[in-house]
Design a protein around this ligand. Structure first.
Ligand SMILES: Nc1nc2c(ncn2[C@@H]2O[C@H](COP(=O)(O)OP(=O)(O)OP(=O)(O)O)[C@@H](O)[C@H]2O)c(=O)[nH]1
Length: 357
């Protein structure tokens, strides 16, 4: 088994186009379209053998800089509060407003303030700068249970199903994740489970092309059938990971939520115990509405994890505190920009530090 996430300093920011090797992996079924077929490491990259530990590398300075830049909008309201000379009620009130404006929601805001007051008393803090340090601690402790690494290799293939509302960043996140998984030595197969929108299939195929991975797709048809074919193909071809994209949908579209249950069930028929991951991609700019999405998708599917995107475009990243307090589903990755390197493993302590300054 190996754990994800790996980064290499030399990784280019945009995916390379690798020359496909269409003969290397024949189609499995007649009605399946293999849009890209070159399951090899991209040129210039050494693949690592599965079975190795692939540690997260959230320690580098460029990683932290990106995180800080990404969280600038959400952090803006918080980081400027600690320049004064006294700890007084006004400071706590400003903090409360900043947290609510960042969409942390009332329960998480109250919790953070209570914990902070306790720590201030216990440590006999005297300056706002000390309060800032304690706030970092409180946030890091609150968010720590959300931290979890994606484990690949317990099952071969590890099957992941990606769900979310339209435009949340599912396909983009699949592309980024695929690239990073490849860098960690994984063989990846993608399933274009959005059978409604031809553009969605094409978008996934383009990512497949750039990353030189196979994409299983059908024109029209049943998303569950595409998922079934992809998982079967993944097993037959010895893939490490199969990622199933799904069409965007609102939690209020009950028939479409039922369709997701069906896709999940059918994946389970193609492989016992699959999907191993049901991942919700959430757009952080949705703020508190993201929490409503999380509840609905979790109730429907039993989510195993979250990818929280677009933190860079949002002043509402405080919703992460609401997630921790109200529906603590692990956050595997956060998106803090559009480039490949901007999909980062979630690290509670680094996040709190980047947020509070
Ligand atoms: N700034 C920023 N943009 C992002 C991030 N993740 C995704 N995007 C952008 O969000 C837009 C929508 O992303 P998609 O991947 O197409 O979203 P989707 O969920 O697959 O959309 P549907 O197929 O309509 O369901 C694209 O323009 C992406 O480039 C991020 O972390 N930060």
């Amino acid at each position: 088994m190996f754990r994800f996430f790996k980064r290499k300093p030399s990784t280019p920011e945009t995916p390379q186009t690798a020359s496909p090797a269409p003969d290397s992996v024949p189609p499995v079924t007649a009605d399946e379209a293999v849009l890209a077929a070159a399951q090899e490491a991209a040129p210039g990259e050494e693949a690592e053998a599965p079975g190795q530990a692939v540690p997260a590398q959230p320690g580098s300075s460029s990683w932290l800089t990106r995180l800080r830049q990404g969280l600038r909008k959400t952090g803006a309201g918080l980081s400027g509060l600690f320049g004064g000379s006294r700890i007084d009620e006004a400071l706590y009130e400003d903090l409360e407003s900043a947290l609510i404006l960042a969409d942390a929601g009332m329960p998480a805001t109250q919790y953070v303030l209570e914990q902070l007051r306790k720590k201030v008393r216990a440590t006999r803090a005297e300056t706002p700068q000390q309060v800032r340090d304690l706030l970092r601690e409180v946030l890091a402790e609150l968010l720590a249970p959300l931290e979890k690494q994606l484990d690949i290799g317990k099952s071969t293939p590890t099957v992941m199903m990606m769900v979310g509302v339209n435009g949340a960043g599912k396909t983009t996140s699949i592309g980024k994740l695929t690239r990073h998984l490849q860098q960690a030595g994984c063989k990846v197969l993608l399933a274009a489970g959005d059978t409604f929108r031809a553009a969605a299939r094409e978008q996934l195929a383009a990512w497949g092309d750039r990353n030189a991975v196979q994409v299983i797709a059908q024109q029209g048809g049943d998303p569950a059938a595409v998922a079934f074919d992809a998982v079967s193909a993944g097993r037959a071809r010895g893939m490490d990971v199969v990622i199933v994209d799904t069409a965007g949908r609102l939690p209020t579209q009950l028939h479409l939520m039922d369709e997701l249950k069906k896709v999940k069930r059918v994946i389970g028929k193609a492989m016992d115990g699959a999907p191993h991951e049901a991942l919700l991609v959430i757009d952080a700019t949705n703020g508190q509405n993201a929490l409503a999405q999380l509840r609905a998708f979790d109730d429907t599917l039993g989510l195993t994890g979250i990818i929280l995107t677009k933190l860079d475009g949002s002043a509402k990243g405080g919703v992460i505190a609401a997630i921790a307090r109200e529906r603590p589903v692990p956050i595997y990755f956060i998106g803090v920009g559009e480039s490949l390197e901007d999909l980062q493993p979630f690290d509670a302590r680094a996040f709190a530090r980047a947020l509070v300054g």
